[in-house]
Design a protein around this ligand. Sequence first.
Ligand SMILES: [Zn+2]
Length: 474
Amino acid sequence: MKIPLANRHVLYNMNLFDGQSQGLRTDACVMVEDDRILDVVHGLDAGTQAGFMPVDLQGRTLLPGLIDCHVHLTVPFMTKVTPRAFMDIAAQIKRNAATCIDAGITTVRDAGGFPRRLAELNTAIRNGDLTGPRIIRCNSALTTSRGCPDWVPRFNRVIRAFLGGQYAERVDSPEQASRAAQEMITAGADWIKIYCQHRSWLLGGGDLPVFDRDTFRAIMNTASAAGKKVCCHISWLDDLKLAMAMGVHTYEHSPLEAIPDETAIAFAARDMVLNPTLTCLDLGNDALWETVEGICDERGGTFLEPEPLRQVKAHIYRYRKGPWPPTEGEYRRQPYMNLPLIAGGYANAAANVVRILHAGGRVGVATDSGGLPTAFFGVFYAEELRRLVRLGLSNYQTLKAATSGNAEILGLQDKLGSIRPGRLADLIVVDGNPLNDLDAVLNVRMVMKGGRFLKGAPVHPRLSSLHKPLPQDR
Ligand SMILES: [Zn+2]
């Protein structure tokens, strides 16, 4: 069967960052057939392009679609599940997915959400009914009855039916834990997500129960039997050590306490991965709050539906304008992040990234977008890249981490993250040269996912004299 021309494109006149090689190639064109990269060829060889729709990128930079290792697509930014919030949830989830694409993020790992909503979203995106990224799913996170996330309630049957499951499944014995892990896998989970945080981030939160070793091991065994890896939310050194002892694969959020050298070395030696999510941990940073506040005021409607926007603004107001510390009555009524506690650990969290890298360990690019009321999709991604550069990574190392590095972390390096023959055609085009100026990734002009243009489709591709006439023109 002949593949229609619409599914054959040759992208040319560009700088190419292939996700792996250092520097940009200026002489390459990329041929896409159906959903795959057919070839990356030198120069503008007219013969190899016959039958392909030419797409002139006008000197911009082509790079692999960006990957975010930690988002929450179905957690709609809200601090309260109210009747008004119910009305906006579906629209907000769609918007979260579309915002990823707009920012050039073509693959995400959803690190915890409502299983039925995630399944529906995933199906709609795969069928082309909705615009959104490829989703690697964890489904509901697993935790203890009274453990972290202590700001998320256990929803009653009615709310649970509406939301499409629990955000966190709370289990307390090895039997319950393996059953819950199996349920997540049956519901389509690609990874299993665990919470392991010994001490709360909330005012008045105190110590939190984590899984005992038998229960933790039961989850690891269930995941492993199904060929799934495990990611674990951690916050403190004890959390990291327990999760390492259990053999967790990726560690979500850099610890707020310094990782000793010997631990960093063991972490690297066992090929474990740290997803630092530095931006979301920097809650003590006035500049970050101002950025988020500015976004809400100027273009909040781009990111948020009416009720989420109202709640995010109220959230910002509580932390920025309200009296600090709030009274015990206030934080008993509604959870309050212990900002000084988290802020006090940020320097450690940042330094830990350097420690892991120096030890030869792997660090991913991850944002926690959607997981906090202030963590916007897209905006936080660019900010996270900048923070990694500030810690000493080059722009090249950072962009490699965001593409082929993250693909490897997710075990998808044979399909995604680099521009090579046979890989899925997840490609983005940005203005300028992101290897010189990382902010170039903020100007995503074109997004192709699986060979289909989802943003900036070429309306009138220029047919230069370099191309043979297209077949139907003959
Ligand atoms: Zn998260």
